[in-house]
Structure formats: C-alpha cells, structure tokens
Unconditional design. Structure first.
Length: 429
C-alpha cells in the first residue's frame, strides 16, 4: 500500500519539483547527454553488452559518492577478478567524474528516476546480481524491485545525518518497510548500529565496518598536475592556503582572512575550489570587486607574480590539489550547514580547519578536534588567528596531521571488509 501511494503521488511530486530540477541541471550543464537513461531508455548496444555480464550495480549520487563506489568496486574486483560492475550516478558532475576514472569493466550510466516503469526497464537492461547503494541512496522502487527479484541489496558507508534521522523517525511507519528490505547495512561507527536499528533494520543485518571514505588504504594522490599548473603561473614557491568545497560567502571570508595574513606572510597564495563549479563566475566577480587579482585553473598558464588567488573551475581534482596546500579550510562549515569531508586533505598530509557546522561528518569532526587532529573555529577572526599560528609553526602542523591520521587509522581496512560482505551476499548460482 505504501509503495502504491508513493507511485500514485510520484508524478505529482515530479511536476512540483521539476522546475527546480531542470534549472539545476541546466546550470550544471551536460544534462542532454544520455538523458533517456534517466527514464530507463537505453541504447540497444548497451543492452547487448550487459546481457551476459550479470554485473553488480553500484548506485551513487555525485563525485564524493562515486569516489567511494570506485574504491569499493576495485576491492570487489580483487576478490572476484571476472566481476563486471555497473555504476549509476545522479548528477552530471558525478557522471563525468565516473567516466573519467572508471576502468573498462565498469559501465557508467545515469540512474533512472525512481518511478516504477523506469525502474523496471532499468532492471530488465542491467540484470544485476547484487545492488550496492552508497551512503543514503535508499529509493523505494529501486529497493522493492530488487527485493521482489530476490537480488541482495547492501547499503554501504551508511550515512544518517541528524536531520535525516529526525525525518525518518517522524515517518517511521512509512520508511521502515523499505529499510527492512535491505539485506545488509554497513555503518561507519558503533553508535550507528542503534540508530539504524531504531528505523526498523534488524541488528543482525547491521555491520560495523568503518568508513570507506576515511579508509587510508589504497588512496592515490597525484600532485603532478597541480604542481605543473602552479609552476606555469610562477606560483610553485608560494605558501598555499586552500579552501576546499567552499559554499557561498565562504570565499569572501577566506579572501579577507588571506588579506590580513599576507601582512605577515608575504608569499601567501589563496587557492579556492568551490563545491559547485557553476558558481565560478559569481566567485570571480565577488573577489575582483574587493581588489583581488585572480586566475582560473582552466586558463592557459602564464607567469604572474601579482596573483592573489587561483580559482579551481574544474571537477574531480580536489584530492590532488590538497597535496600542494600548506593548510586547508574545509568548506560548507562556516557560513553553510553540513560540512564537507576532511579526510581527503588529511590523507594528503595537510592540517585542516573547519567551522562549527560539520553535521554531515559530526563523529569524525568531533574526534579530530578531541584528539587535536583539526582546528574548529566559529568566526572569521578565529579562523585568521588559527591560520596564523599554523603558518608560523611548522611543527604544530606536523603534529596535527599525525594526530589526524591516527584518527583515520580506526577505519583502515573498511573497504576490504565491505567488499567481502558484498561478495559473500551474492548467490553462488
């Protein structure tokens, strides 16, 4: 009955949310390519390729989740060398990143919208032997269709923000039947077991494996590209303050902090990577209006000793850019809510700072602060003061990174443990 009502109301919901959805797709670009896949419409050649494969279907949202999916798929392939995979993603940036980084044994596709006719066509084409959902992608028709076909479903790197948990608890009678169809849920922290159990999942199906995102094993960072770009602009000797995955307003705060710090640290360079690259023009105008001399990562490099800021207007390179930083600010944490992942900067060997709003990574952020593996600030003034201390004291930076890496060591092996659980759930027939 719940699924019937969901599908009955789905077209009305689509009409209501469609304008905002189309605007977002248009702004991010690339929405026309393979648009039919979102409706469960596939090219005959794709169907022919998939017919004999019986792949594992991994479903992610955007770049962050795709990174997890690719890491996990590699470990699954190590356990089952002949195993093919399908990776579906929701956003155009996630799709582009997956296409750029996926090996040839992973078929990259757009995820179908969660309406039962679209989903049934997707299952008929992909014909998966298992479904792997990354972090929070539990869609009713996708899960129900897999369950009805007796295809095992695993939620990996399960993430439950306080906001999501509150919403799920409020509608527990509606969401519990969907969650109960999951064959396994892989959680990041021990305290998550009780939280998922309260939503209706049997304790025996909840597995504490750690976080794939924080797993320090098999993490590759390639510093060559950012070093080449910095050298092309004549900036390779500068001390870099890096703002990663910043949101609206945070770029200006970092610019003002940078301007104050440069009085004492004259070789500073500000490098900014906004979370959404479609904001590039907006950020460029804002910083130029306060007198900043800026270059774009995408432009042809030419030596310019007067540059204040390099603006990263590309996707899929964030982890590599962390490698050239001296200190890193984690975005969506000072003027926006939720926070971004600090683990990639730590794995690149960089000290991190973030604001008070790290709700999406609360357990990790709290542990990092408690173990002196990160600095948390609540204002631009505190951010400037903390950055100044770190810039002036290299030993403190090294100690902070060492402390942070000890925190991440608790998640070592999470990818391998998750992959083994997925493989063991696959029917032997």
């Amino acid at each position: 009955m719940i699924r019937f009502l969901y599908n009955l109301l789905w077209p009305l919901g689509l009409i209501f949310f469609l304008p905002a959805y189309l605007v977002k797709m248009f702004r991010r670009g690339g929405y026309r390519k393979k648009f039919g896949q979102r409706l469960g419409i596939y090219e005959p050649q794709l169907g022919a390729r998939l017919y004999w494969q019986k792949p594992i279907w991994l479903h992610a949202v955007s770049v962050g989740e795709v990174t997890i999916a690719l890491k996990l798929a590699g470990q699954i392939r190590a356990l089952k060398p002949d195993q093919d995979c399908v990776l579906t993603t929701t956003t155009t940036t996630g799709f582009a990143f997956a296409n750029q980084n996926a090996p040839n044994w992973i078929e990259v596709m757009y995820s179908p919208l969660d309406f039962w006719p679209f989903m049934r066509r997707a299952f008929a084409t992909i014909r998966p032997k298992a479904i792997v959902l990354v972090e929070a992608e539990v869609w009713p028709n996708l899960v129900a269709e897999a369950h009805n076909r007796k295809i095992p479903i695993v939620l990996v790197n399960a993430r439950l923000s306080p906001r999501s948990e509150k919403r799920f608890r409020m509608f527990r009678h509606f969401v519990s039947p969907i969650f109960q169809m999951l064959d396994a849920v892989c959680v990041q922290n021990l305290e998550d077991i009780e939280r998922w159990n309260a939503l209706g999942i049997q304790v025996g199906r909840i597995h504490h494996v750690g976080s794939i995102k924080y797993d320090p094993e098999n993490v590759e960072v390639d510093p060559e590209l950012p070093r080449e770009i910095l050298a092309g602009f004549g900036l390779d000797k500068r001390t870099v303050i890096f703002g990663g995955s910043t949101h609206r307003g945070e770029e200006k705060v970092l610019a003002e902090v940078f301007r104050a710090l440069k009085r004492d640290f004259v070789d500073l360079l500000l490098v900014l990577a906004p979370r959404h690259t479609e904001r590039t023009a907006e950020v460029l105008r804002e910083l130029e209006s306060i007198g900043f001399h800026i270059a774009l990562r995408s432009q042809l490099p030419a030596p310019d000793p007067f540059l204040d800021c390099l603006l990263i207007d590309s996707t899929g390179e964030l982890r590599d850019w962390y490698s050239v930083a001296t200190i890193v600010f984690i975005g969506k944490s000072l003027l926006a809510r939720g926070g971004q992942n600090p683990a990639e900067a730590i794995l690149a060997g960089k000290p991190v700072l973030f604001g008070l709003h790290m709700e999406n990574f609360a357990a990790l952020a709290n542990t990092l602060v408690a173990e002196r593996g990160a600095v948390q600030v609540n204002s631009a003034t505190e951010l400037r003061r903390s950055m100044s201390n770190l810039l002036a004291n290299p030993d403190d930076r090294e100690k902070m990174v060492a402390n942070a890496r000890k925190v991440l060591d608790a998640h070592r092996g999470a990818t391998a443990r998750t992959a083994r659980l997925v493989v063991d759930l696959i029917p032997s027939r």
